[in-house]
Design a protein around this ligand. Structure first.
Ligand SMILES: Cc1cc2nc3c(=O)[nH]c(=O)nc-3n(C[C@H](O)[C@H](O)[C@H](O)COP(=O)(O)O)c2cc1C
Length: 215
């Protein structure tokens, strides 16, 4: 593996900002987009359960339908790819068995050898009510959001993370209820408009000394 230099990592992270205005003429090329999808898939999750589904929306009609339920934020329609990160609503024994089967196939081990792991996960899930389960799954989607944004910045793709939308309306438009999913957070991706004044603003961050304690 080739290691990126610390300078280049920080350059990418300084370059990224929550893009408010996208250049709607510029689309993310397929080869780059495909890597960003892979970065979503490679996101780690608690127990490896991957309690999510990612909807990649490029269809202008669907974007337009989502816009009024997104505080009318133009990023939704002007971006190249709009991603809705949806959380699974009722992660339980079915999903755990699915993961055990998949692990057994990929790692070539008997499912019986994973029984301890299965019981531990099952016990963890059993102590949560449906609301807590959904909240837990939503937390996992934020890890995917972070990974997506960082990956995008390294590839020179702009992004705007978005919580400013009505989840129930997204669920209705995307038919998530019947899929056992709920919209958690979203991310608009594409290329910044040269007119976006936010690109030039200094980053507002607290001092390192206030946020990090080395013990
Ligand atoms: C989870 C999350 C949700 C956000 N939702 C929105 C949003 O709906 N609309 C928006 O314009 N910015 C949104 N932001 C962007 C933040 O305001 C922005 O990241 C923050 O002010 C730091 O600025 P920077 O990302 O440009 O460094 C969101 C950021 C995060 C992490």
């Amino acid at each position: 593996m080739e290691v990126i230099s610390p300078e280049n990592l920080l350059k990418s992270l300084q370059w990224r900002y929550a893009t408010k205005a996208f250049d709607s003429e510029q689309q993310i090329p397929e080869s780059i987009w495909s890597s960003l999808e892979d970065s979503l898939i490679l996101t780690p999750s608690s127990f490896g359960l991957q309690p999510w589904h990612f909807f990649v929306i490029t269809n202008p009609e669907i974007k337009a339908e989502l816009l009024p339920h997104s505080w009318n934020q133009a990023q939704v329609t002007e971006c190249s790819h709009f991603v809705v990160l949806a959380a699974q609503k009722n992660v339980g024994d079915v999903e755990i068995s699915q993961l055990m089967d998949h692990t057994s196939t990929l790692r070539k081990v008997e499912t019986a050898t994973l029984d301890g792991y299965r019981k531990m996960m099952s016990g963890f899930m059993a102590q949560m009510n449906p609301e807590e389960l959904l909240n837990w799954a939503k937390l996992q989607t934020y890890i995917a959001l972070g990974q997506l944004m960082t990956s995008a910045s390294v590839l020179g793709v702009d992004a705007c993370p978005m919580e400013g939308f009505v989840s129930a309306e997204y669920d209705r438009i995307l038919g998530l209820e019947e899929k056992g999913l709920s919209a958690s957070v979203a991310c608009a991706l594409g290329y910044r408009s040269t007119a976006d004044k936010y690109a030039e603003l200094p980053k507002v961050r607290y001092e390192k000394s206030e946020l990090i304690s080395r013990l």
